[in-house]
Write a protein that binds this ligand. Structure first.
Ligand code: HAH
Length: 358
């Protein structure tokens, strides 16, 4: 084909595509504000990340969050799967990422009945270890982990979920409790404080705003403080849903814990579309539920802002709905949509509800 014949066609094409660019650029672009920036004067906003989401959700993490928590990578089974064998690589990656991007790091978690390897509690012949051996193992572990991240991790969930949801004070199914008795909690805080005297030390739990459990947690914290144990804050996990808990219960708990002079952090926030105990499921989230969720997030953040004098951090347990532990909990394999960003990493209605306020 001769150039002379093609040229006009080519010119028209070039012109048309240029025109298209101009119209595209003049379309109003919705600016997505940074969540962290919006909340700058209230408290740092964090997210739980893992080795995978550090890559797949990198842009959202960098844009919106000022703090990160390792979802699993700092738990006992990840860090010391066999006695004396420390595997810090994945936790290091998260801490390095935070350093490069100027993010704070919350450490999660040192002493917990879950995701702690069986070897910790057993002797050579499978028998339960003595109190002395277990205390030694606890101390070694805490010193190794807290010591490694000294100056990088500003706050630790030292003890996770020690208080019972049922009758009784402490949960009796914890191997820490079975072998060490009540004072395993105080010991954990003391070892963590030795390893990093600057770190803020938290007790972290779920159902922490339920009045019965709240009173037990309060009693625990008060007795630790009365004995001079170095505890600085309470982590309210906040795995909540569109129906509850009530704002009144949440507010009462914040006030009660703060009355002890402790910092209050929301450490694992997500808002499920399902009520606790509901086993139903959807393949797509119904619009009306997403709207309920948006209203709930708005009310929650109104309350958090109101108490920003005592709330020193709010962390989401994940970043976007395509990667959330709620897809498997409490109903294995069921989808849930508990976070601020959708499966395609776009801001949901709940995002807009918490960034638009006056
Ligand atoms: C939290 N437990 C844990 O603190 C966190 O480490 C984990 O990744 C997810 C949730 C919440 C919980 C649970 O594990 C069992 C029953 C109720 C709530």
């Amino acid at each position: 084909m001769k150039l002379i014949r093609v040229l006009p066609v080519l010119m028209v094409f070039v012109l048309l595509s240029a025109l298209l660019q101009v119209t595209k650029a003049s379309e109003p672009q919705v600016q997505v504000p940074s969540l962290g920036q919006v909340y700058k004067e209230y408290f740092p906003i964090g997210a739980a990340v893992n080795s995978r989401t550090l890559l797949t959700h990198r842009d959202l993490i960098k844009k919106h969050f000022g703090s990160v928590t390792a979802e699993n990578e700092m738990k006992f089974d990840h860090i010391q799967p066999f006695e004396g064998v420390y595997t810090f690589d994945r936790a290091d990656e998260i801490v390095d990422f935070a350093r490069e991007n100027d993010l704070m790091v919350r450490g999660h978690t040192l002493v917990w009945h879950n995701q702690a390897p069986a070897w910790v509690f057993k002797g050579d012949n499978g028998e339960p270890v003595s109190r002395a051996v277990l205390l030694h193992r606890m101390k070694e572990h805490i010193h190794a982990v807290v010591g490694r991240y000294k100056g990088a991790v500003y706050a630790w969930d030292v003890v996770n979920e020690a208080v019972s949801d049922r009758e009784g004070f402490l949960r009796a199914d914890s191997p820490w409790y079975k072998i060490l008795g009540e004072d395993y909690i105080a010991k954990a805080f003391e070892y963590a404080h030795e390893a990093d005297p600057e770190a803020k030390l938290f007790y972290n739990d779920y159902n922490a705003v339920n009045p019965d459990k709240r009173d037990k947690i309060y009693k625990l914290l008060k007795s630790l403080l009365d004995r001079g144990v170095p505890v600085h804050g309470i982590g309210i996990q906040a795995h909540w849903d569109i129906y509850g808990p009530s704002l009144a219960d949440i507010e009462a708990a914040i006030k009660k814990y703060a009355s002890l002079g402790l910092e209050v952090q929301i450490t694992e926030l997500d808002v499920s579309l399902f009520a606790w105990g509901d086993k139903s499921s959807f393949t797509e989230p119904p619009q009306e539920f997403l709207e309920k969720q948006a209203r709930r997030y708005r009310e929650l953040f109104e309350l958090f802002r109101k108490h920003s004098d005592v709330i020193t951090g709010v962390t989401f347990w994940g970043i976007a709905d395509d990667s959330t532990w709620k897809d498997d909990f409490p109903v294995k394999g069921r989808n849930d949509w508990p976070l601020l960003f959708d499966d395609n990493h776009q801001p949901k209605k709940c995002f807009w509800e918490i960034v638009n306020f006056d």
